[in-house]
Design a protein around this ligand. Sequence first.
Ligand code: PHE
Ligand code: ZN
Length: 880
Amino acid sequence: MDIARTPSTPDGNPYLADAAPEPKAPPEIRREDYAPFPWLIPATRLEFELGLETTRVTATLEIERNPDADRSPTIRLNGDGLSLVELHCDEEPCTGHMMDGDDLIVTLEGDNHVLRIVTEIDPGANSQLMGLYASNGMLCTQCEAEGFRRITFFPDRPDVLSVYTVRMDAPEEQFPVLLSNGNRTGTGKDKGGMHWAVWHDPWPKPSYLFALVAGDLVAREDCFTTMSGKDVDLAIWVRKDDLPRTAHAMESLKRSMTWDEETFGREYDLDVFNIVAVGDFNMGAMENKGLNVFNTKYVLADEETATDGDFDAIEGVIGHEYFHNWSGNRITCRDWFQLSLKEGFTVLRDQLFSQDMHSEAVKRIEDVRVLRSVQFPEDSGPLAHPIRPDSYREISNFYTSTIYNKGAEVIRMMRSMAGPERFRKGTDLYFERHDGEAATCEDFVRAIEEGAELDLDHFRLWYSQAGTPRVKVALTHEGDTASLALSQEVPPTPGQSEKRPMPIPLRIALFDRATGKSEGEELVMLDSAETTLRFDGFAEKPVLSINRGFTAPVRIEREIVREDLAFLARNDDDPFARSEAMQDLVVGHLLEAADGSPAEGASEAIAGALGEILKDDAIDDLMRGELMMLPGVTYLMDQVLLADPGRIFAAREALKADLGTRLEKELEALHERASAVPFSHDPEAKGARKVGTMALTYLAASDPQRAADLAAAQYDSADNMTDRQGALMVLSGIDSAARSDRLLDFYDRFEGNALVIDKWFSLQASSLHPDVIEHVKTLADHPDFTLRNPNRARSLYMAFTGTPQGFHAASGEGYRMIADLILELDPINAQTAARFVPALGRWRRIEEGRAALMREQLQRIADAPKLSRDTYEQVTRSLG
Ligand code: PHE
Ligand code: ZN
């Protein structure tokens, strides 16, 4: 029983009669309760009579007993808010049925039946954006994880695979384009301006991969010939005005298809591949079989409206969804506890793809930055869970950075231990062995174990234990021998107080102080609580570089002096390790400074290292930009037990100002050099844009007026969104006339382009400006602001949760604003509302005063009547 929800009275007697009835906690679903579904559904036919206000759905299910499951006298068909219009069994009106909550239960005697179910839905009223909904006059679906049950009654679970045939009837003028999964097998016109299309998907799939789109769309078309010589018609469907912004997405798709053939031996398996961009979408994109549906944010780009970061993100997400065709669709998940089976693996695949398309080191640094600033805090807070969770109340809450990013890291470790060639043998075996199945994480591990010839027995702990391991590292030296002492501790997490030591692969190198060189690197395993490794042949104590390339998702606590970090920041030949050394140098200083006791000489040492980075010809600008980037406030907050966001923010700003002053000339020169590089998508030009704006961020702290002038000039002469947005980002933190001028100009220039107006909101809401709270309040009343569009809601409020001086204002006002938002958004779009809860859930790791204010807001949300399952679960877990 959930103690927190037990009704209680002042005298503690929970059974007193007139205690107000508390809302019931939604049931907990447990992994260990898995049982196969008693029925198979070999074929599903769906007929849609489409309309924005009323859509009628006729589902015809061929069902038969599942020989591998217990016999059941009934079949449970999930529903969510559906009303049943008609129900036929084997062509006869059915009487033996009942409702259990939202589910439909039909009593069935024999072994084979045909069920025909008619439901009616109102897509126009669907603000949750799950199931069939309307977006800008078009109709589209989102079914993962449990949206299909909002369309028709069905066993809406990923292990029930069926072959779908879909017919759509719709008014042609309103919905000229009708798409679904698979191949189009028929089309025609009817009287009254109606038309229809039939689509057939030959690959059996779970209901969460079903999709349908109807709308007034145009396509960028192309063609791809697969490795075995089959032609695939490619199309990216968008609204007419957006067509010119689809070229990059199409190129990304073709590159993804080639890469998956070359790197994983995976070939596409249908005659067509369609992508549709929709403006209202809860997530980034969705891998529906043969019909991927994307948030416009991850499709549309040209240099005027999208930044270099947007271009890269589009390539990554297009790749991700495409790669799901094998890791997710051909092999799907047995149940939602196995979500990381498809997501962790597919994230790894998209990361490797992007590494191959661009700079491997820069991509790795970026990916690790995301892991540390989002997943590490999650893993050390109240919402921590293993990459294969044991229970949930609402599965939408488990599309987390842990499932996705830590899941990818865990598989990456297997790859590091096996090496790429043997790892490939493992994935080949996995794809071959489980093709067409709904598999488990255990199936994956076993295939890698056999195919890659690894012993992963102990390694499986990474699937069951939550929490980021801490690895203590100490290097000592005596005579000719260097000794490396390693020990680990996995911190307790909710529901897991005792932890076992995990196998941790660490790539290391030892550097000779005199030559600045190492003898090469090796992979060592820490697979017990502690171990000591000896290295001979070192007359002098070497400098240790550890967890190179971030082989393991752990926190390294190394005893290392500042001089050695500075040495690595200069000399390490692994660019990732070099950036780590620089980060550690800065983090060490900032935490001391926030504590009020900065070590003497620390900022000189940092300025020295940064100065070297600015002038080092051996690195390109893309890498230089990474090395120049200071650790973010969220990451810094996660480094201490009880963080004071105000002090951390102040220390970080002070260091920026100090570096800006010390390196003023170099930074100005860098900005000037960068500004002279003409626009192109080449890495050199991209790098120049990155370091140019980065230089401005330092100058903005040391000499705001000068920085404002430079930023205004950069804005005015910008011929691309990267420079323009970078300039505006800097300006939005500085009180100046240039700030308001350029913000107005930006709005006027891009009014009507939703994605760019999202940037306009988010630049202001994430700014360093002291009045950011007031700005956000004003923006919330802007005529272009709406909570009904998730991108817009996030552009204002998600951006705001990252501001130390706004969200974490000592008054608690920022917390109250986010709680208000959650309460207002919850009835409109529960999934999106619940995603704001983790920001408040960090309270345990924040200084007392703010922690109390955060808790108070969580409690206020928890006390609200009629919370969604999504928000209820996140809030109660966060209160702990
Ligand atoms: N499965 C999608 C992806 O990872 C994410 C998603 C989940 C989209 C749930 C919509 C709803 O690519
Ligand atoms: Zn995915």
